[in-house]
Design a protein around this ligand. Structure first.
Ligand code: ZN
Length: 292
């Protein structure tokens, strides 16, 4: 445990020291990290060039406004498109004014997972069904938040731990098919602090039927992160947070089989693989090592 904690603090120090980077190799990494990683699959992210111009263009996908970034002035503006897990493979298009830009979504075979859970969380009573319907509205509203005034910076891990369930798994609860896993599960002991992976603003907190104690953070331009099953919530609605601030602690509230953090990341109201939003070395390393 002590080793793990030391590992965490070293890791976090390396993340938060990024502002004072000196060598050219490291500067290069910083530049690369100014856009999310691209993976044009359901649950992935497409980076689509949408032209030059002084003014940031407004782009949309399925009527949801898109994040638009231009880390390099010599290159065009880039629309950052979250691709929903339910997106059919094939051509997809985004709208920029009266123009249309197309990109291809490739098929991807996510793995299957079968879980046994408490019956009350599979076959819902009328009362619980009403509760879930009400909560779903709140959650969707949070994911649809679009604030223009923030710039993108890549995520750090909200805590250190094993990825116990990767993003995108096709899930079966008590043999009944359910929606695919729209987040990343990180196993950790109850009480482990959860840290904001980037600057943002808390836009929703509460105790939800499936997700338990949850926190939603708006990172700007439609990029929202969600933390579920918390033991304690340590932030308030409307509060601004800086990367590394405590959001709460790991717990086992809501529909769970043990203590872990369920971490969802949403772009333009599409839940995407959180690893694509992480600083490149962290994301790539974990894609290779942690999802096995
Ligand atoms: Zn999960």
């Amino acid at each position: 445990m002590v080793e793990l904690i030391q590992g965490v603090s070293q890791f976090l120090m390396s993340v938060f020291a990024a502002g004072s980077i000196q060598t050219s190799a490291e500067v290069n990494q910083l530049q690369q990290s100014e856009l999310p990683l691209q993976q044009r699959i359901p649950g992935g992210v497409a980076i689509v060039p949408i032209g030059y111009g002084l003014k940031q263009p407004k782009a949309s996908f399925n009527n949801n406004p898109l994040m638009v970034l231009r880390p390099d002035e010599q290159k065009p503006w880039q629309a950052v498109v979250g691709i929903p897990l339910g997106q059919a493979p094939g051509n997809a298009e985004i709208k920029v004014g009266n123009k249309t830009y197309r990109f291809e979504v490739k098929d991807f075979a996510y793995k299957e997972q079968r879980l046994t859970v408490n019956k009350k969380h599979v076959s819902l009573s009328k009362e619980n069904l009403q509760r879930v319907t009400q909560e779903k509205k709140q959650i969707t509203q949070a994911f649809k938040t679009f604030s223009k005034d923030r710039s993108y910076s890549p995520f750090a891990w909200p805590l250190a731990g094993q990825v116990s369930s990767p993003f995108g798994l096709k899930r079966f609860f008590n043999d009944k098919p359910r929606k695919p896993h729209s987040g990343l599960d990180i196993a950790a002991a109850t009480g482990t602090p959860i840290l904001a992976p980037a600057d943002g603003k808390v836009i929703l907190t509460g105790d939800f039927f499936f997700n338990g104690n949850s926190v939603f953070v708006d990172h700007g331009q439609g990029l929202i992160s969600m933390y579920c099953h918390l033991n304690s919530i340590e932030v308030k609605n409307g509060e601004s947070v800086t990367a590394g601030d405590r959001l709460g602690t790991v717990g086992a509230t809501g529909r769970v089989t043990g203590p872990h953090l369920h971490w969802s990341v949403s772009l333009n109201n599409a839940r995407v693989n959180p690893l694509l939003l992480m600083a490149p070395l962290q994301g790539v390393a974990s894609l290779a090592d942690k999802e096995k």
